[in-house]
Design a binder for this molecule. Sequence first.
Ligand code: PAF
Length: 263
Amino acid sequence: MHAPARPIVVRSPEEWSRARRGPDFAGRTVGFVPTMGALHEGHVALLERARRENDRVVLSVFVNPTQFNDPKDFERYPQTWDSDLAAARDAGVDLVFAPHAGAMYPDAYRFRVTEDVFSRVMEGAHRPGHFDGVLTVVLKLLLLVDADRAYFGEKDRQQLALVRDMAAAFFLRTEIVPCPTVRAEDGLALSSRNRLLSPTGRRKAAEFARILREGPDANGTRSALELAGFDVDYVEHHEDRRFGAVRLENIRLIDNVPIQHSL
Ligand code: PAF
C-alpha cells in the first residue's frame, strides 16, 4: 500500500481530529506553524525549524476573518493556495489544515478570548478587536492541533507575546517557540502584505526598516518616518525594543527592532 502523497490536506476539525488520532501521528512529536497563507521565506524558515525539531509538521492556512477590523483589508488579503501547497511540500510539511470559516466558528464568534493589558496598545489600539480575533483563533488552533511546539515569528512580536502569555494563562501544553524575523536584502521584514505594494512602494518600504533601526528615539523616529513620506500609526518603545507601524500605498507595515543605546 502506498503512503498518501505529502502534504495531506484536511478541511475540517473532524477530519483533522481523525488524522491526529491515527497511526501517522500516534507517539510522534508535532510541530505546528499557524498562518494565513500567502507563504513567504519567513514562513518557510518557521516550517524548516519545525521540521528539524519534530517528527511531524502541521501547517494551518486560514485567513481568519475575526482579526480584520477593516473589511477591505480582509477582501484583498493575498490568497495563493497553489504556491502555498508547493512551499509546504518543499519544506517537508506532513499535513495542511485549511478549514472553511464556518468550520472554525460554529458558535458564530459568540465566544472569544480577550486580553486586557498588552492587547490595548500599539496594534490593539489601532486595530480594535484585532487581538480578540487573533487570540481566539490561535486558542482554537492550539487546542485542535495539540502540538508539542508552535512556531511564531518575531516580526509580529506583540502577537507573539500575547500568544505566549495566553498559552501560560490557559495551561496549554504546547510550547510557544519564538523565531527571528526574516528580512529581505534591503532590510524590509518579510510579510504577506509586501506583495500588495507597487514596485516603487516596495523600494520605499525598505526605508521603514532603516529609519526604525537608526532613529534617535521614539518621537525622532516618528518625525523621520513622516518626513520620508510614511503615514505613521505609532512608534513606541516596549521591553527594550522599538515597535512601529506605518501605512504606505494604503498597506500597513509593522516591524520591531532592538533599541540602539548610544554610548
Ligand atoms: O500571524 C498570523 O499569520 C495570524 O495572526 C495567525 C497567528 C495565523 C492567526 O490567524
